[in-house]
Design a binder for this molecule. Sequence first.
Ligand code: ADP
Length: 168
Amino acid sequence: MGTIEVIQADITTLNVDAIVNAANESLLGGGGVDGAIHAAAGPELLEECRKIGGCPTGEARITNGYKLPAKHIIHTVGPIWRGGYKDEIDLLRNAYQNSLKLALNHNVESIAFPNISTGVYGFPKKSAAEIAFRIVREFICKNRYPKKVIFACFDEENYDIYKAKLIG
Ligand code: ADP
């Protein structure tokens, strides 16, 4: 069975098989973690993303990691929080689940997730962490890969929430 770690870090610095990008549907880059990943991976990433041609909310796509220490980037699109009336919970679950499925299909041993949708997309942080932990725990119990899942928290608030969840 796989393990879960919680760290506070810039996800672009991590030496893992795959990092997950909290992208938008265009896959053409943006602010926040998406911007940081594109800046660190270099312009070839944008070229590959252009060829993919977008990704609907809740789905995921895999690319090369280019200049990143990570071999792959799994781009997923989390929902924009609209008060909880627009299927946001299921869409966030799908974003985690579909990222993990891609990791499994590519024999990804170690993967790092950012706190998807909890930045400009405004998803409440505690509920988002609840969903992330539940989906990841279920998935690593049932599947051979990934063997290690890292929650790479950036802001202090998420880091505190995730640390508490790891113990509790
Ligand atoms: P979203 O649009 O999905 O909300 P954001 O990038 O705005 O995406 O925020 C998602 C999470 O990523 C936030 O918790 C934010 O603190 C975090 N974040 C921003 N930059 C980085 C980074 N370099 N590494 C890891 N996490 C980051």
